[in-house]
Design a protein around this ligand. Structure first.
Ligand code: FEO
Length: 393
């Protein structure tokens, strides 16, 4: 029988999660350069044993083997479901079948466990956020932390270990290593993950951070990516990402077919840069969402550059603006540059998209065919206006 490595991440707390290094798309949207992990933790509490979250579909056999290696599954008393999404909860029915465990979750989690995973309601206990559950020498305390990023989410804290199990919050898509010290890009990966999953819920994130501010936390154990033993950087960075604060930074996103829009994007990027603005320039035609996502958190300015196609923006520009709107990107000020052959309709669609995303439009330049000298001057001027506004804030 295969023997698995089961690291002890804190006294009597064992990592029983699964690694998925070959996964390249998450949520059918996010490119994963490092794969991901589905973290689950087994807590031996003295008298009782608790399992915190489980793993994704397809990993249940490996998961049960790991549990059998570290404990008698029949002796698992509690399964804590901090989050009901399938990547952490789909193995719950397998554990429930193999053990007499009680499922501990939030009120909304209870309904989801029954509906999504067929858990018998008689075996579900809704946690009381004002009470703890005694495991013997350790206790489980639950923190109501909804909308991170589903309505039922909660955190679990063990004061004796000073460990916080935070579900997806503080997560990152990294499959290798166990601890933050094993991973050379833990905070950048967490920032991208935050943008891709938590950004629309940053106000809920702030509330959750306020609730855990009084806790003494030595270890942060999320459901994806590394376990943090050096907790200060992840807690402090996450507070900044949740704050909505933006930087003197602009994202210039362009789609181009014959190079004209690309040329104009570079002209306005240079103009912004000459005024001291930090620039991120992306060709939407060959850029993954995961390469841009972290810049959606803190870029104050957005320049959208697109040719006109079939009476609209380039489809990649439309997709990008949909993402900006859905993910509640932080942009405050915008500028639009379009090119057209015979109909000026892209500017109208770009303006509508920016207005829907609550971005104040500072101006637009519409160019017939490739940019001429007067177009270049207009673009440079637009860049300087946008830079001024970004700096004034
Ligand atoms: Fe990683 Fe929301 O599940």
């Amino acid at each position: 029988m295969k023997k698995y490595a089961i690291p002890e991440i804190s006294e009597d707390v064992f990592y029983v999660g699964s690694k998925d290094p070959d996964l390249r798309k998450f949520d059918a949207l996010v490119h994963l350069p490092y794969g991901t992990s589905y973290n689950s933790y087994l807590v031996k509490g003295g008298d009782k044993t608790a399992l915190i979250d489980t793993v994704a579909p397809g990993f249940q056999d490996e998961f049960l083997s790991k549990l059998r290696q570290i404990t008698d599954i029949n002796k698992i008393d509690y399964v804590v479901m901090n989050h009901a999404e399938a990547d952490h909860a789909s193995a719950i029915p397998h554990v429930m079948e193999a053990s007499p465990a009680t499922l501990l979750t939030s009120p909304k989690g209870a309904k989801m466990a029954e509906r999504f995973f067929g858990v018998n309601p008689d075996r579900i206990k809704i946690v009381d956020f004002n009470k703890t559950i005694d495991l013997g020498v350790r206790t489980l305390r639950f923190i109501d932390a909804p909308w991170l990023h589903w309505p039922e989410t909660m955190f679990t804290y063990i004061p004796e270990n000073k460990i916080l199990f935070s579900g997806d919050f503080f997560g990152g898509h990294v499959s290798y290593g166990i601890f933050d010290g094993d991973v050379d890009n833990a905070i950048p990966a967490a920032k991208s993950y935050f943008a891709e999953i938590m950004l629309p819920f940053k106000n809920w994130g702030r509330k959750a951070l306020d609730k855990i501010a009084e806790l003494d936390i030595a270890v942060v154990a999320p459901t994806h990516g590394p376990v943090y033993k050096n907790v200060r950087p992840i807690l402090e960075n996450c507070a900044v990402w949740c704050s909505g604060e933006t930087a003197e930074k602009a994202l210039v996103a362009y789609a181009t077919i014959w190079g004209g829009s690309g040329e104009m994007a570079k002209i306005i990027a240079e103009s912004l840069k000459s005024e001291g603005i930090d620039i991120k320039l992306y060709n939407m035609g060959n850029t993954e969402f995961s390469e841009i996502s972290a810049d959606l958190i803190d870029s104050r300015g957005l320049v959208l550059v697109t040719p006109t196609i079939l009476g609209n923006m380039h489809p990649m520009a439309t997709l990008f603006m949909n993402i900006v709107k859905l993910y509640k990107a932080a942009f405050k000020y915008g500028a639009i540059i379009t090119s057209y052959g015979w109909a000026k309709s892209a500017t109208k669609h770009a303006a509508e998209a920016m207005e829907t995303a609550k971005i104040e439009i500072l101006g637009s330049v519409e160019v017939n065919g490739p940019p001429l000298e007067e177009d270049i001057k207009a673009i440079q001027e637009l860049g300087k206006n946008l830079a001024r506004r970004i700096i004034e804030n």
